[in-house]
Design a protein around this ligand. Structure first.
Ligand code: TRP
Length: 333
């Protein structure tokens, strides 16, 4: 069998994913599954670096799993699992902590941001977050990691840690690269198109959640910020309209040029209606599927059991190799 490249990605179970996550990431993941061996990890261990409510965390893990499946990420073609179910992540993370310098971690911009935001809880896990992420990636001999701009620095440190370990002990880890493929649409906040649509945004009118009702979606799109012209045209000087055009095209598969032409004689009101309808049409089948899956507990349990087993088998291989190289005595079985 020909060797397929391996892709690893993780998402935090931190609330309802947005249209931005969907068009920017998830929708593209479904295009990767026939060409690559992909692991999609629900990183509950990363999530506890900020305080979580246990009941909510458990629900958000299950919701994210359901959302992965509903958008069409196939549980047999890919490995979908909860990070906490595969204990090798924690074990390798500890080892890699001993090969990571505080000076490196001190430079992480996400740590600085999060420490400022959660100044009452600057815990050691928040600090070593990138090391756990390195363990996630390196456990699976990952070739490619699809990462957004905000995670670039974490991928860099992963490469540094892997290179350092390999230099000391010989080839152990594959050095991962950023996946630069067909990137998804970059969806901006509806009320402030200078920043990305984010699930942690406090202003609900900035985001469209995957599970928003059609009426809510139409309303949020209608209230989206535009400009004082009346021309549906893509351009840096028109961030609001450009964002809506991006959303429209990502949902319909049309090009920007086609959309501009389609709306060349249309006012913003009618344009927004068309955008809202396109989003509703795109999300409705996903919402329906989510509701179906939520009724099917046995199926979800089987997906998660199977995912943990397959991930665990791969992870165990790497961890055993690492333990041997650094001189841990072999386990007697
Ligand atoms: N830190 C990533 C985020 O917040 C999530 C993540 C954890 C991840 N482990 C990963 C992403 C490994 C890619 C690869 O978005």
């Amino acid at each position: 069998m020909e060797e397929r490249k391996r892709i690893f990605s993780g998402m935090q179970p931190s609330g309802m994913i947005t249209l931005g996550n969907y068009l920017g990431a998830l929708k593209n993941w479904t295009n990767l599954q026939d060409e690559y061996d992909c692991l999609y990890c629900i990183v509950d261990m990363h999530a506890i670096t900020v305080r979580q409510d246990p009941v909510k965390l458990r629900k958000q893990c299950k919701d994210l799993l359901t959302q992965y499946l509903a958008v069409g990420i196939h549980p047999e073609k890919n490995i979908i699992y909860y990070q906490s179910h595969v204990s090798q992540h924690a074990e390798l993370s500890w080892i890699l902590n001993c090969y990571t310098y505080m000076g490196e971690l001190n430079r992480m911009t996400q740590f600085k941001d999060k420490a400022a935001k959660h100044s009452d809880n600057i815990n050691a896990g928040l600090y070593t977050y990138p090391v756990l992420m390195a363990a996630d990636i390196l456990l699976y001999q990952t070739d490619l990691v699809p990462v957004g701009e905000d995670q670039r620095q974490h991928l860099e440190i992963t490469r540094d840690i892997a290179g350092r370990f390999n230099a000391l002990y010989g080839d152990t880890f594959k050095i991962p690269e950023a996946y630069i493929g067909k990137v998804g649409a970059r969806v901006m906040a509806l009320q402030d198109p200078s920043k990305k649509m984010s699930k942690s945004d406090e202003n609900q009118n900035n985001t469209i959640a995957l599970m928003d009702d059609p009426a809510v979606i139409m309303n949020k799109v209608k209230r989206a910020v535009t400009d004082s012209e009346n021309e549906v045209r893509y351009g840096e000087d028109k961030p609001g309209i450009s964002n809506l055009l991006n959303i429209y095209c990502a949902c319909t598969g049309k090009t920007i040029a086609e959309a501009e032409k389609e709306f060349s004689a249309t006012g913003y009101g009618a344009f927004k209606t068309a955008v809202g309808e396109a989003v509703v049409a795109e999300l409705e089948p996903v919402q329906k599927k989510i509701k179906e899956l939520e009724q099917n507990k046995d199926y979800l349990n089987e997906v998660i059991r199977n995912g943990a087993e397959r991930a665990g088998n791969l992870a165990a291989k790497t961890l055993t190799k690492v333990q041997k190289k650094i001189g841990f005595p072999p386990a007697i079985r």
